[in-house]
Each structure stands twice: as structure tokens, then as C-alpha cells.
Design a binder for this molecule. Structure first.
Ligand code: AMP
Length: 214
């Protein structure tokens, strides 16, 4: 199963990708998580990426494509994967197509998470993430049992720097300008399934499983 989860920041791709990847025993390949890990480790790539991420801009294609190409060649990605947050530009999608073709692989389905802009803003600015396990919470919609602590691993919860309101607005503009053209790209290839990204996580998960089973 080779899937792409497409949608604006805050659309719920990460939450759903983590669940489905766990169920199917395939990796969730989330470029945002990989980049944040590089930033936390202070690698050269991380330092280069940080300045773009902090202002809500896209990290240059060559940096991200290199990370993805390496990740696709790891053993656990051989039987499938969920790409979460990649591709984000038509140029990235074209490179991905070539990378997969070289490995005699194709994308099976692209799931597009449709969520209104008001809802995205509410979700992103209230989002809190666990430093330990990456689980996500929302101050209003799904708060942790004890403030500032992860229910699962008791890790510290933090607000991503790029989840501040000004940066979130910028990220949504970048999405509209650079990522949304991917909808036509994948629609014209007959790969796109649109699902309603508002509703309970369980209902959204069911819609994804149906789309994938088709
Ligand atoms: P995310 O966690 O997917 O919201 O990504 C956080 C940030 O990482 C984005 O705002 C970008 O700066 C960067 N990023 C993640 N994925 C990509 C990508 N495919 N291309 C360029 N930049 C990316």
C-alpha cells in the first residue's frame, strides 16, 4: 500500500497517518517530523531547514527530496508507506514519480483531507504536541488529562513555533499557492480521493479505510 496524504496544515493528515500506518505495519513518512528531528539534533540540514520552517515557508526541494529518497530505500518502506506532508509542490510530485519509477513502484492512492480555513486556524493555534512520542492534543477539542503532560507517555507538551497565528496564516497562504495545484495533478492521474476532514477522528479514519479498500 503506497499512499499520499494531502491537505493543508492542520487537516489531520498526521493523526490519521499514524493510526493507519500502525494498523498496516508500514511507515508514516512525515517530512515535517523528519525536518523537526534534524533541527532538534542540530545537524547542518536541520540548521538550513529551520529558517524556512520558522517563517512558515517551504524548505527547498533538494533538501526534502534527498530526505525522502533515503527514507524510501530503508527496509521498512519496501512493503508500503504513507507519505504525510510530501509532496508539497508539483516539482516534488514529479521527482517522486521518477523516484518510484526507478524502483518500479507507483502510488496507489492520494487522499485529500478537505477542511475549511476557519477550522484549520482553530486547530493549529490550539495544537499542542508531545516532545516524547509526538502525540497531538488540542487545548479546547482534545485536551490532555493533566495540563501540559501527555496522557500516553507523560512527556512534556509544547506549541510548535510555527503554530503561532501569524505563521499559521503564512503556512495556509503557502499551501494555497504551492501545494493546492497538486489536487489537479493527482486528479488528472485518476488517483485522488477527497474525504471530509471535519468530524470525529474515527469517522474520518473509516472514510480513509473505505477509500483505500476501493
Ligand atoms: P508539517 O509538519 O508537515 O506542517 O511541516 C512543517 C514545516 O516543515 C513546513 O511548514 C515546511 O517548512 C517544512 N516542510 C515539511 N514538509 C515539506 C516539504 N515536503 N517541502 C518543503 N518543506 C516542507
Amino acid at each position: 500500500m503506497r499512499l499520499i496524504f494531502l491537505g493543508a496544515p492542520g487537516a489531520g493528515k498526521g493523526t490519521q497517518a499514524r493510526t493507519l500506518a500502525g494498523e498496516r505495519g508500514i511507515p508514516q513518512i512525515a517530512t515535517g517530523d523528519m525536518l523537526r528531528e534534524a533541527v532538534a539534533k542540530g545537524t547542518r540540514l536541520g540548521m538550513e531547514a529551520k529558517s524556512y520552517m520558522d517563517r512558515g515557508a517551504l524548505v527547498p526541494d533538494k533538501v526534502v527530496v534527498g530526505l525522502v529518497a533515503e527514507r524510501l530505500d530503508q527496509d521498512d518502506a519496501k512493503k508500503g508507506f504513507i507519505l504525510d506532508g510530501f509532496p508539497r509542490t508539483v516539482a516534488q510530485a514529479e521527482v517522486l514519480e521518477r523516484l518510484l519509477k526507478d524502483r518500479e513502484l507507483v502510488v496507489d492512492r492520494v487522499i485529500f483531507f478537505e477542511v475549511s480555513e476557519g477550522e484549520l486556524l482553530r486547530r493549529l493555534t490550539g495544537r499542542r504536541v508531545c516532545r516524547g512520542c509526538g502525540a497531538t492534543y488540542h487545548l479546547a477539542f482534545s485536551p490532555p488529562k493533566s495540563a501540559g503532560r501527555c496522557d500516553r507517555c507523560e512527556g512534556e507538551l509544547y506549541q510548535r513555533e510555527d503554530d503561532s497565528e501569524a505563521t499559521v496564516r503564512r503556512r495556509l497562504e503557502v499551501y494555497a499557492a504551492q501545494t493546492s495545484p497538486l489536487l489537479d495533478y493527482y486528479r488528472s492521474r485518476g488517483l485522488l480521493t477527497r474525504i471530509a476532514g471535519e468530524g470525529s477522528p474515527e469517522a474520518i479514519g473509516r472514510a480513509i479505510r473505505q477509500a483505500v479498500a476501493r
